[in-house]
Write a protein that binds this ligand. Structure first.
Ligand SMILES: [Mn+2]
Length: 316
């Protein structure tokens, strides 16, 4: 690792005593686990810290150490002047957690998105599997002991963002980090079970509805799945997007979720070298080459047509 940004991050953490720790809206496994890891790291350094998120995650993350400490952004009683922002390509992605910071807040930006805007006073940004993998390397560099709780937090974020060590950002270094974390006490069976086997009955049934809706286009290279607003009132089966790629020949899969009437949240996944973050970016979204997301407004047919047109441009 290039030492200058690591040193800068370590100095940033050493210089303060009270930190706000936050991450992106619509928190996911890596953002929550990296936030709680940072809380634990700061506590080990003898510092105070609070984790404040716009969207506190569903309770199936309640096995994570420190989960009960997460606060929902709301009406701040004090404004913080030092913050660690995790897993966010841009500062705006923290949403309403911004309201808990002073105008001149000093930021440490720790992230693994390739389009990161380097918005911090200190920026630790690497093209690795997950923010949790990056934090693992930071912790090793700092010489902090990794207890079982911290190991399990970091392992959870890595497992989540690599889709169970399957996505292309999973490297031999990722696997070595994960092995070290299991050695330190991360319970891999429990983490996998909690991440992947804890949906509600309705959400599991909705995966079936999404699969029923699957349509192919572009000569069988693109799969679209659709969940109506009525469906979305019963659950949120994000994992349904992956079923499109199970079809041989499909290179891009898209899940359209009508979160509010005519307001869609869209997830994109790809195989090979197709960059779906370029598609998401056209609609103001972002993410990674193989996994990205965006929001669109319109009828299902309009949203689908707009997306398929842009996807056609990234298909070689
Ligand atoms: Mn991440």
């Amino acid at each position: 690792m290039d030492p200058s940004d690591i040193k800068s991050a370590i100095s940033f953490l050493a210089a303060g005593n009270d930190f706000l720790v936050t991450s992106h809206i619509n928190s996911d496994g890596d953002s929550i686990a990296s936030s709680l890891s940072m809380l634990r790291i700061l506590n080990k350094l003898g510092k105070r810290a609070s984790v404040i998120l716009q969207d506190v995650p569903e309770d199936h993350y309640d096995f994570l150490d420190g989960y009960e400490c997460i606060e929902t952004a709301g009406s701040p009683t004090t404004l913080r002047d030092r913050a660690v922002v995790l897993d966010c390509p841009s500062f705006a992605r923290i949403g309403s957690a911004r309201g808990h910071m002073s105008e001149d807040v000093a930021l440490l930006n720790v992230d693994h998105h390739k389009d990161n805007a380097l918005f911090g006073a200190s920026n630790l940004v690497r093209d690795v599997s997950s923010t949790c993998e990056l934090l693992y390397h930071l912790v090793v560099e700092m010489g902090i002991s990794i207890d079982a709780a911290l190991a399990e937090l970091l392992y959870t974020g890595i497992l989540y963002d690599t889709g169970g060590f399957r996505y292309s950002l999973t490297t031999s270094t990722t696997l070595e980090a994960a092995a070290a974390l299991v050695r330190q006490g991360a319970r891999l069976d429990l983490v996998a079970d909690r991440l992947y086997n804890s949906s509600s009955l309705e959400t599991v049934k909705l995966v079936g509805s999404a699969i029923d809706s699957l349509e192919l286009s572009h000569g069988g290279r693109v799969a679209t799945l659709h969940l109506s607003h009525e469906d979305m009132r019963r659950g949120d089966p994000e994992e349904a997007v992956d079923y499109g790629l199970r079809v041989k020949g499909v290179e891009v899969t898209v899940l359209l979720k009508e979160e509010k009437p005519k307001k869609y949240r869209v997830s994109l996944r790809s195989r090979h070298d197709i960059d779906v973050s370029a598609v998401a970016a056209v609609f103001g979204g972002g993410g990674h080459a193989r996994a990205s997301g965006c929001r669109l407004e319109g009828t299902g047919a309009e949203v689908r047509a707009a997306l398929l047109e842009q996807i056609g441009k990234v298909l070689a």
